[in-house]
Design a protein around this ligand. Structure first.
Ligand code: GLU
Length: 431
């Protein structure tokens, strides 16, 4: 997946102009803002600005031509006060230590807002998966799994797919780990294929939660979903599934894009017939009345915009051109801190990533329960329980929006942070 992160980001005193805002910077600013709103104990908040630990490994990979190349891998553990570390592994050329920490922080809040018994982690490998053959991907993944073997485990740290990784990647990690432990341990990763302990509905879950909160937001604002036009940037497992569900529920999905560009039809697209990026990469631009660029899609005059591709796509450089009335974040960190403030000033509601795409980790939790109990759930049960968990979290956040008059992002952080700060206060600092 190529990075679309070309726009310049918020320039603040702490930043060098033209440097994109890192996930860690954004995550820290959001944390400290939320902490000030609830008067959280500064000693706990100080700790939450830092990861518990960050692990860096070198992965030697034998390429198909016999040469050996070194790759760098990371696993960041942010906070584990509520349970085992949980979060995805990303294969992308832009993976860095800082990015892993920032994304791990977001996982801490995401698990807390959903009230899941997990802490936050993230990691990945600095690699462009498009440049590796399937056999090379397998060797890289198995070796990486071995390098992080002492960190991961069903009761310590449970990886999952993220950008550039998928169910097959998780299957290799599960196998490599299980072979070393001499027993089959499906609960060490989530997002596996169902045949080896993966959950039905896991693949579609982040897109489903994006669609659920979009529907709830429309209802909250007294708007009918049938009269809502939608643009979705990113047509992979998050954006593609969100677009299809919203379309199915009656919304007018007028534009969807993948890395090559966007399909646009003011009369609405038939998303069911457009293959997802993973199914047929690049298919999106063969559909629709017109083709737009990936930057244009963010500036369409639609009711709802769902940035579901990569991080940092809405920045202070283009936020004034965003014309949507509502934004629901499908990707992790698509809006910089500065751009978010501009949207708030303009009164545009933004449902944050840590709530909107939390269906992924929520069904990961269901998968982990199924693995531990050695009993699988039907797709219907998964979807019903996901709906219930999403509505609980939505209502917790909505209450803060109503009571405090804060933005959806601040309300989401208030719910998450209060739970984490409480847990830290009860457990205490030791020794
Ligand atoms: N990578 C996904 C996320 O960002 C899922 C994490 C998980 O299921 O553990 O939420």
């Amino acid at each position: 997946m190529a990075s679309e992160n070309t726009a310049t980001a918020a320039s603040t005193d702490a930043e060098v102009a033209d440097e994109p805002e890192s996930a860690l910077e954004t995550a820290r600013r959001q944390l400290n803002k939320a902490a000030s709103l609830i008067d959280a104990d500064p000693n706990v908040v100080g700790r939450l600005n830092y990861p518990a630990s960050v692990h860096e490994v070198t992965i030697p990979l034998e390429r198909d031509d016999g040469t050996v190349e070194m790759y760098r891998g990371y696993r960041a553990h942010h906070d584990g006060v509520r349970g085992p570390y949980k979060g995805g592994l990303r294969y992308h050329p832009d993976v860095t230590r800082e990015e892993s920490i920032g994304l791990a922080m977001w996982m801490t809040w995401k698990c807390a807002v959903m009230d899941l018994p997990f802490g936050g982690a993230k990691g990945g490998v600095v690699v462009d998966p498009k440049e590796l053959s399937d056999a090379e991907m397998e060797r890289l993944t198995r070796r990486f799994a071995n390098e992080i073997r002492n960190l991961i485990g069903p009761m310590t740290d449970i990886p999952a797919p993220d950008m550039g990784t998928d169910a097959q990647t998780m299957a290799w990690i599960m196998d490599a780990y299980s072979v070393q432990e001499a027993e089959t341990i499906p609960g060490v990763v989530t997002g596996k294929p169902p045949v080896i302990g993966g959950s039905e509905g896991r693949e579609e879950a982040p897109g489903r939660s994006v669609a659920i909160v979009s529907r709830e937001l429309c209802e909250y604002l007294d708007r009918s979903l049938a009269d809502t036009t939608v643009a979705v940037q990113g047509y992979g497992s998050v954006g593609g599934n969100a677009a299809r569900l919203l379309d199915e529920w009656g919304a007018d999905v007028v534009a969807v894009s993948d890395v090559n560009g966007a399909a646009y039809d003011p009369d609405g697209l038939e998303t069911a017939s457009i293959p997802l990026h993973d199914e047929v990469p690049g298919a999106v631009t063969d559909y629709g009345e017109q083709t737009l660029t990936n930057a244009d899609i963010l500036e369409l005059d639609v009711d709802l915009l769902v940035p579901a591709a990569v991080g940092n796509v809405i920045t202070e450089a283009n936020v004034d051109d965003v014309r949507a009335d509502m934004v629901v974040e499908g990707a992790n960190g698509p809006i910089t801190f500065g751009a978010d403030a501009v949207l708030a000033e303009r009164g545009i509601p933004v449902v944050p990533d840590i709530l909107a795409n939390a269906g992924g980790v929520t069904v990961s939790y269901f998968e982990w329960l199924q693995d531990i109990n050695r009993r699988s759930w039907s797709r219907q049960r998964v979807n019903e329980e996901l709906e219930a968990e999403m509505l609980d979290a939505w209502n917790d956040v909505r209450r803060e929006v109503d009571d405090r008059g804060v933005t959806w992002r601040d309300a989401t952080y208030i719910v998450a942070l209060s739970r984490i700060v409480d847990a830290h206060e009860k457990r205490g600092l030791w020794p």
